[in-house]
Design a protein around this ligand. Sequence first.
Ligand code: SF4
Length: 447
Amino acid sequence: MRFLETLDRTGKLEDVTSVRVLLYGSLAKTGKGHGTDIAVQLGLCGEDPVTINVEIIDAKIQDIASSRKLILNKRHEIDFDPGEDIEFLITESLPFHPNGLSFLATRKKNDQVAETFFSVGGGFVVKEGENEDTGNGVQLPFPIDTSEELLHWCRKTGLGIHEVVMENENAWRPEAETKKGLLRIWQVMKECMYRGCHTEGVLPGGLEVTRRAFDLNKKLIGNNKYDDYDSWVAAIRKGGRDFKYILDWVSCFALAVNEENASFGRVVTAPTNGAAGVIPAVLQYCVLFCGEEIMTDEKVIQFMLTAAEIGSIFKKEATISAAMGGCQAEIGVSSSMAAAALTEVLGGTQRQALMAAEIAMEHHLGMTCDPIGGLVQIPCIERNTMGAIKAITASQLALRSTPDFAKVSLDAVIKTMWDTAKDMNFKYKETAEGGLAVNIPLGLKEC
Ligand code: SF4
């Protein structure tokens, strides 16, 4: 989209005759499995990931491949052969970040327009030569880079974490708008869980992984009848609160989201797509099993605000990109975000929430990224169930603890995660060149 904006702004889009896309580093090595080539084509077509009808993606991609034509930004047809015009440069990496891609547009007079971008994690994109947009100079009442600073503002104001975060959000937009946006995100998460639990079949990509949320949902729901999201939720609640029943549902929610992600359905990046199942699964656990009466829309908003702040601190002080830090930066961070949010929503203090975030990350430290075949399926899908359960356990531990006696702070664990990321062999940073990715031959059925 940013490249199209450049072409549009400079009045060059209508003169473009062809576009080439070069993928570097991790984007090249795992690009096929991650659907980067698909995302690039949809982006060039001017499709918006938030609003695109995901049902038409397959047909659209097939149409481009067979016609070798692409409608640039929905209005200007160019020749485009995905097999030729998207290059996976697996032996090359750009110095700024392992997730690099360049667009090269050729115009009628044979001159070219080229721009390079970096996907730095969590949907954030940085253009070569520019700094990451950190807020257009907006002055926040409570500037926060570290968890200690967050705690400082909580102590100074007496506000909860979510309240401090909301005050900062108010510097960008009216509170009502923030709340509406957060509830919209929760709605997308709910739709994703529901769709994932009601879609059967095999995931695309050649690994022949069978979707499991569909069967698990059927087994757990038993003979209870339902015909939409609300009656589904009511049917789940009817099953009670047995430990194993809850455990199964948390796994089911996480599986559902990540099976949707693996089949290019709509998910909420939280903080990344590979780890998109943890936060919905933990929030759904809270809504369904922690007391219907307490889980109002307001509580959902609080959960989101707190989770977002923890993710933001990880991004500022370490990374949320697996290409930089392995899976600890994806599943570890999502688990940490969910743990803090759950703790606060369940009545924990600010320090207990930060303690929960610390515990959740502490037990993901060093976790590598080694997706088989570069597909976000094994170990990724199950890994979300683990991240969700660890978040719940971390929250429970923190709620039963006195943070005064904690030996490890959240900031210390974030620094440790970053140190570990820097020491980690490149094979384990979203390259599909180490771990399970080399030990499990492609085509082996999921165990
Ligand atoms: S192993 Fe983890 S970090 Fe790597 S693609 Fe899968 S979920 Fe993402």
